[in-house]
Design a protein around this ligand. Structure first.
Ligand code: TXA
Ligand code: MG
Length: 454
């Protein structure tokens, strides 16, 4: 009998050896491809449903399975991973995959393609947020100033994650939010008389006091400083959240480091959407700029950051001037070292009497122009891509400043001209933020230096 060797190898009929081997191979290949397409399909469905995790990992896993058999899947998988990594540097791919297998907690399941869960500012929503915080995950919540990104203060891992997701420099300490004097005692060593008077006058409210840190507070919260910044927020949602969580909450503003602070839940989701576990939507924040920070650990109180409570009001309570000279020694408020609050466009402060010259200059420079003003500047035929008029007093201006920055970004503005205001009341904070947003370099460390000048 003549045996056809080629048929033996291919297993075609006519060979005498077992013909089923290549068939098995084909069937296995078919099964792998079918499984790959099934996983890819599920991934695509999940990606289309914003509230359910697993979309992107599903797609990548599907492509990974397919790529063992199909070249195009290998190329597509590499492209998907490259694009996603570029767009979302903070995503942990390991977490994304393990979460797909359902082995981790909800926070770790968050992936690039999702938006965070949003809770209404109801007692149900707040108690859900408190549960999430208690198990060490991150919640963004409204305060009377701006939205904060909260982590339980005694949970080092959660606090480290706040720095990580914000891209915040490790030398910039966080503010601790408490709901009572009793809770305050858990985070500070003592309360000097001046601090006591200020608390009585302004708490709950947008005044943050820098006090001596209790050893119980992890040093990461205070960036290694011996002090800790604390406030009782006035916003009922924030206050209830701290109460229900039952422990102090460390919370910086819920923006990516260097960006304008968020004054709506939408701003938070745009900056940190993929990495926050829950956002409580309490509507726009009423003050719009951050709290005033005062260091009360020395002989003379020092204004470290102007904010929602005016310098004049504080000085009336303490009966003396706040220190405004340059502070020697280590940075007293490290956050003030960095350029901050900046939208992606260039910001140019303009005095109300100087609109004409300013407009002429920017027109010569070219680019898309945006305007934020209290008055109505006379336009000389310039094409204005974005114009926001904020009439009313400094408080009104403060309330809308950061949202105007973000709107100008959305309008594709290159140069944003922003009218300056008087440096009284909350106007001091407005001008501080405006100068920092306009800075092209690091700004001086002391607010007095930062708020003086043009
Ligand atoms: O209104 C606010 O203060 C908001 C809401 C969420 O409470 N929070 C806020 O946090 O603006 P953040 O992290 O964006 O700003 C905190 C400021 C920074 O300038 C930081 O340097 C300063 O407070 N700070 C915090 N701890 C400090 C400390 N121990 N000594 C000096 N400055 C401190
Ligand atoms: Mg901030």
């Amino acid at each position: 009998m003549v045996v056809d060797v080629t048929k033996l190898q291919t297993g075609e009929p006519g060979g005498t050896s077992k013909p089923r081997r290549p068939l098995v191979r084909q069937l296995r290949r078919l099964a792998v491809v079918a499984a790959g397409f099934a996983v890819l399909f599920v991934g695509l469905i999940l990606a289309a449903l914003p509230m359910i995790p697993g979309g992107l990992p599903g797609i990548v896993l599907g492509l990974t399975i397919l790529s063992t058999e199909l070249d195009w899947a290998r190329r597509l998988r590499a492209r998907v991973l490259r694009t996603a990594r570029r767009a979302l540097p903070n995503i942990s791919w390991h977490r994304a995959f393990t979460s797909l297998a359902g082995r981790r907690k909800p926070s770790d399941r968050r992936t690039s393609s999702e938006r965070p869960a949003v809770a209404e500012a109801t007692s149900e929503g707040i108690s859900r947020a408190a549960d999430i915080l208690r198990r060490g995950d991150l919640v963004a919540f409204p305060t009377e100033t701006v939205y904060g990104l909260g982590a339980p203060v005694f949970n080092r891992r959660a606090v480290a994650r706040v720095f990580e997701v914000k891209g915040r420099p490790a030398d910039n300490p966080l503010i601790v939010h408490v709901s009572s004097r009793a809770m305050l005692d858990r985070v500070v060593r003592d309360v000097p008389d001046t601090a006591g008077h200020l608390m009585e006058a302004f708490w709950p409210g947008p005044l943050t006091l820098v006090l001596r840190r209790s050893r119980r507070v992890p040093s990461i919260v205070s960036a290694g400083l011996d002090t800790v910044a604390v406030r009782i927020p006035a916003d009922p949602v924030a206050l209830q959240l701290v109460r229900l969580t039952g422990q102090p909450i460390a919370a910086p503003s819920a923006n990516r480091s260097g960006r304008p602070s968020p004054t709506t839940a939408e701003h938070v989701m745009r900056d940190l959407g993929a990495v926050v576990d829950l956002v409580i939507d309490g509507g726009p924040t009423p003050i719009g700029v951050e709290s005033t920070v005062v260091d009360v650990t020395g002989a003379v109180p020092v204004l470290l950051r102007p904010g929602g409570i005016s310098r004049e009001a504080i000085e009336r309570v303490i009966g003396t001037s706040l220190c405004s000279g340059p502070v020697s020694g280590p940075a007293r408020s490290p956050g003030n070292k960095h350029r901050h609050y900046a939208p992606s466009c260039r910001v140019i402060p303009v005095h109300p009497d100087e609109w004409e010259g300013a407009l002429q200059r920017v027109c010569e420079a070219g680019g898309r122009i945006g305007i934020v003003a209290r008055t109505t500047p006379e336009f000389l035929g310039e094409t204005i891509a974005y114009h926001r008029r904020i009439p009313g007093d400094e408080a009104e201006y403060a309330r809308h400043l950061f949202s105007a920055f973000r709107e100008a970004e959305d309008a594709g503005v290159d140069l944003l001209l922003v009218e300056t205001v008087q440096e009284t009341g909350v106007g001091l904070a407005v001008m501080d933020r405006l100068r920092r947003a306009a800075a092209t370099d690091d700004v001086p460390e002391h607010p007095e230096e930062a708020t003086s000048g043009s």
